[in-house]
Design a protein around this ligand. Structure first.
Ligand code: F0G
Length: 438
């Protein structure tokens, strides 16, 4: 059976043709997802095939998403694929980060090594491919920065017009710079992410523009490749825990779907537990978790955090995320601005670095270990979602002791590393270096 679209709400469950332009079920309004038929697929055959492709120079095979294209069978004609060599991201051993969190060992899967320096590329290659398959000329998204940078690059590669909407003054400059350089029509709106998403969804329907936010089910399909590649790198050894930050909750939805599909095929024999981490000022999903997932998510009307990537109060994928988190016996934490800032500096000290939202993972792990939930000797992988250089202002302000939380509270520069100003005098510089133990 070819892939189709199916309503995520099990009480509805209606299905639709794969090439319908749908984000929500026309019948009940829930998000739709891609349903794939993997019957008859043999786990060993797949992993052998994926190993063989590592020796190939074919553009699809050198992509860390399309090497696993058998997991994305909605693509029936490979000429539709829009790829700029996404994926292939490293899985680092990070001993300093492990000891900071109180763990014996910790691995960091760094999605900031993607072509536009965030995990969004894993999903965007699939979303842009579906857009090309449908013959779309214009694509749009609202973004806290990374989705727009990624969509702008993929639209440019595919010859489509990119229209991006951003919360005015609330995105990191690295991300805005990317969107401008990749040629996207960039509209800054004086509203927050959640408000602009509602606006853009209306406009997209009215003007026939294809929406590439994570409500787009093909984005989720592409983002499954993050966990597929990570498990391939580990020879299909499932970690005890995977910990990641959550904003609009597309990524955790993709992670859960990918894990379920891998288990169904038999590539893995168990599910890891999921740790999802939000910034305390933008933590509606944490509130829902604390309420035992009963009832509906209550949006945070004015979300705040310096980790602007996850400054989201009304995450669209909360129902998918609630299902995936519960399926994986997951837990959800909310961490402070100070915890994020310090965890980020530690990831920097590993020689790795990441943007603020990504560091919520490590801050959350430290919480989980401190509370005894995660024992020190278990196998944990954290997903780092974006690159250090996405938000250089934050980095500079932290290290120079000038970083302030949205509340106005000062953030301590616990692991600060301010530059030293010296006169052009070799004796003085030599004396300073002699006295500096490093
Ligand atoms: N980390 C980073 C660096 C992000 O950019 C985002 C989301 C997340 C984590 C959260 O992922 O939304 O799937 O739960 N950024 C979006 C954007 C919203 O517009 O770039 P999520």
């Amino acid at each position: 059976m070819p892939s189709d679209l199916v309503c995520f709400n099990p009480d509805c469950g209606r299905s639709y043709p794969i090439d319908d332009v749908l984000y929500n079920c026309p019948s009940c309004g829930s998000l739709v997802e891609v349903r794939n038929d993997f019957s008859g697929v043999k786990a060993q055959d797949l992993s052998d095939l994926w190993d063989r492709r590592r020796l190939s120079r074919k553009p699809l095979d050198v992509s860390g998403v399309w090497r696993f294209r058998d997991m994305l069978p909605f693509v029936t004609d490979e000429s539709h694929v829009v790829s700029i060599r996404e994926g292939n991201t490293p899985l680092f051993d990070a001993p300093q980060a492990a000891s900071y969190a109180g763990l014996d060992a910790l691995a960091l899967k760094h999605q900031g090594y993607n072509p536009t320096a965030s995990f969004k590329d894993n999903g965007m290659t699939a979303g842009a491919t579906q857009a090309r398959k449908l013959g779309m000329r214009r694509v749009a998204c609202v973004s806290t920065g990374n989705t727009s940078a990624s969509m702008a690059a993929y639209a440019a590669a595919a010859g489509m017009q990119a229209i991006i909407f951003l919360p005015h003054g609330k995105i990191a400059y690295g991300k805005l710079a990317q969107a401008l350089e990749y040629g996207a029509r960039t509209i800054q709106v004086d509203a927050n992410f959640d408000q602009i998403l509602a606006l853009v969804r209306g406009l997209a329907d009215e003007l026939g523009i294809y929406l590439l936010n994570s409500v787009n089910p093909f984005r989720i399909e592409g983002q499954k490749s993050i966990v597929i590649e990570m498990l391939d790198q580990r020879d299909w050894r499932v970690p005890d825990w995977i910990v990641l930050p959550g904003g609009n909750l597309g990524n955790v939805s993709a992670l859960g779907k990918g894990l379920r599909e891998l288990k169904k095929i038999g590539l893995i024999d168990k599910l890891p537990r999921i740790g999802l981490v939000q910034a305390a000022g933008s933590a509606p999903f944490h509130h829902l978790y604390e309420a035992g997932f009963s009832g509906s998510l209550k949006p945070v009307v004015e979300p705040e955090t310096l980790a602007t990537a996850i400054r989201i109060g009304d995450p669209v994928s909360w129902q998918k995320a609630a299902f995936e988190v519960q399926t994986c016996e997951g837990v959800v934490a909310a961490v402070s601005e100070q915890e994020i800032a310090d965890a980020k500096a530690i990831i920097g000290r590993c020689g790795i670095g990441c943007e603020p939202a990504s560091a919520a993972s490590l801050a959350g792990i430290k919480r989980f270990v401190d509370s005894g939930l995660i024992p020190p000797d278990v196998d944990v992988v954290a997903i780092l979602t974006g690159h250090l250089l996405k938000d250089p202002d934050y980095v500079y302000h932290y290290h120079t002791g000038e970083l302030k939380a949205p509340s106005g509270d000062e953030i301590s520069s616990t692991f600060g590393n301010a530059p030293v100003v010296m006169p052009n005098d070799s004796a003085k510089i030599a004396a300073f270096l002699e006295s500096d133990s490093g």
